[in-house]
Design a protein around this ligand. Sequence first.
Ligand code: SAM
Length: 194
Amino acid sequence: MVDRSNGYEKVAEEFLACRGSGRSAGIGAAEVREWARRLPQGAAVIDLGCGAGFPLTEVLVAGGLEVFGVDAAPSMVAAFRRNFPGIPVACEAVQDSMFFGRSFAGVLAWGLLFLLDGEEQERLIRKMAAILEPGGRLLFTAPARAGVWDDMMTGMPSRSLGAVEYRRLLAEAGVRVVGEYEDAGQNYYFEAVK
Ligand SMILES: C[S@@+](CC[C@H](N)C(=O)[O-])C[C@H]1O[C@@H](n2cnc3c(N)ncnc32)[C@H](O)[C@@H]1O
């Protein structure tokens, strides 16, 4: 079977051993919690590359949001379903996903964008902007500095287009950057509003 998870299916067990058990206190939780507070209560949010859902999906659920997930790794999705029975999750690549055929007040893509090649990232930024409702908020992580490196977990190539290019692509897609910040794990966030 073709792997669409950029190597994460193969390392799912190892990944979940460190990320999957951290619950709401893991890296990124504080930043996503703050972002979730800026969304209306009960609003629909899609978590792209949701993994098993800890800690970030849990933060969204605890924030009173209606959450949907997408992840391309079958083992991640199976763990997500065990962790969040009843929350819709699609096992598919974001490149092919129809995102449940609906729009969202929030789109989160944590640790995902830079796993894709440059053209796929550009397309995904346009797709994420397209499914946002007017006034909706997008949050994704990617290094501010442009470059290519091997992913620590999978050894597969990752690439950042750099902050200047991400800002340009977001503006072109009709979303305005309203914040950029870094967390304790040195993940760099782009927050934008449609
Ligand atoms: C670094 S992990 C982050 C997981 C989760 N967001 C978290 O905070 O723990 C990247 C996730 O993206 C998923 N993924 C990788 N490539 C993908 C793709 N093309 N489409 C959908 N999911 C993908 C992987 O299976 C993995 O669960």
